[in-house]
Each structure stands twice: as C-alpha cells, then as structure tokens.
Write a protein that binds this ligand. Sequence first.
Ligand code: SAM
Length: 193
Amino acid sequence: MTDAARFYEAQAMKYLDARDRSRVGTGIVQSWARSLPSGSTVVEIACGGGYPITRVLVDSGLTVWAVDSSPTLLRQFRLRFPAIPTQCASALDSDYFGRTFDAVTSIGFLFLLRENEQLAFLHRVSKILRPQGHFLFTAPVEMGTWQDVTTGLECWSLGRATYTRALEREGFRVIRTHIDEGENNYYETEKIG
Ligand SMILES: C[S@@+](CC[C@H](N)C(=O)[O-])C[C@H]1O[C@@H](n2cnc3c(N)ncnc32)[C@H](O)[C@@H]1O
C-alpha cells in the first residue's frame, strides 16, 4: 500500500465530509463527460466517495465503473451508487474488471504516486482504453514536489513536458488543458492508436 492509500483510508470520513461539500472540478468534468457519446463506458480511478465527480459522470449519461484503494470510501460510494460496479484495489494492481473502456478519468490522484508509479499508471491506462478513447486527469503543469497543505502528503509532479512525452509514448495526444476554481490543472487527452 502507498502512503497516500494508507492516508486516505485512515482519514476517510474526514476527507469525505470536506469533499462532499465541494464542487471543485465539476464544471470541467461535466463539459468533458457531456462531450462523450451518451452511454459511453468510463472507469473512474481513485473515485473516493463519489461526490461530486461520480454524480456528474452519471448525470451526464455515462456508464460508470469505479476503483479506489480505500475500503471505507468505497463503502460510502456503494451506498450512494449501488448500481455502479466497484473494485477496492490499488490503481496499479487493479485488473480493471478485465475489460476496456471508452473513457478513463482520474481526479486528484496521479501526483500521489512516485515517478515510476505514475509512468506505470499511464501505461496501464493506455491498456484499458479503446482506440480513440478519452482520458481526463489532474496533474500540475509545473514540475516539482510539494507537501499537500490539507493532507500533508508528499506529492510529485513530472510537469507538462514529461507528461506529454510519457502520454505520447503510450499512444495519447494532449488535446488541451484546463484549470479549475481550485487552481487544479486537467489534462484532456485522447488515445490515437
Ligand atoms: C484526493 S482524493 C480524490 C478522490 C476523488 N477522485 C475526488 O475527486 O473526489 C484521492 C483518492 O485516491 C485514492 N487513492 C490513493 N492511493 C490510491 C491508489 N494507490 N490506488 C487507488 N486509489 C488510491 C484515495 O483513497 C482517495 O479516494
């Protein structure tokens, strides 16, 4: 288990309480989700308790699967979205239901992994995404490490140039980036091959 996975499980209810009341990121996720054909299959990686992001995906007409490493957060998620298939696993180890998807999203997660894990994760995403599939995730534009002010967790950003190169190696192109009201940066990407 990574430090981040341990942290979110230990602080699950406290985290949930704050995130449940936050709308940060919903505008960008909603525009992205609505740009996909209705009924598209999407796996949300590191879904947390599901509010507000999963709610937006479902309300936008997508068919959702979800993965998170925290048993406590997933228990809450399942109460909220009993029809959504879930898996309690690390994003690096999940079998992703043994299937592929039209789209993948992962908000507030990638930079919790170390560099080699981030690259392994991007490789994993490319394997579960169909050609022309869409992948939306958050990670900073700048390269560097920092300690998250709320959680105290160590975070790692490879920076836009490295993310772009790593994504290209995995068959993606970056369509555009977005910044939300909390100053979080989103990479909107598409799998070409
Ligand atoms: C900042 S929260 C984001 C949750 C949700 N995406 C949102 O926007 O509200 C980070 C999430 O990553 C999950 N997480 C941490 N490490 C993980 C790992 N290795 N694999 C899967 N999920 C992980 C945590 O349990 C937590 O739900």
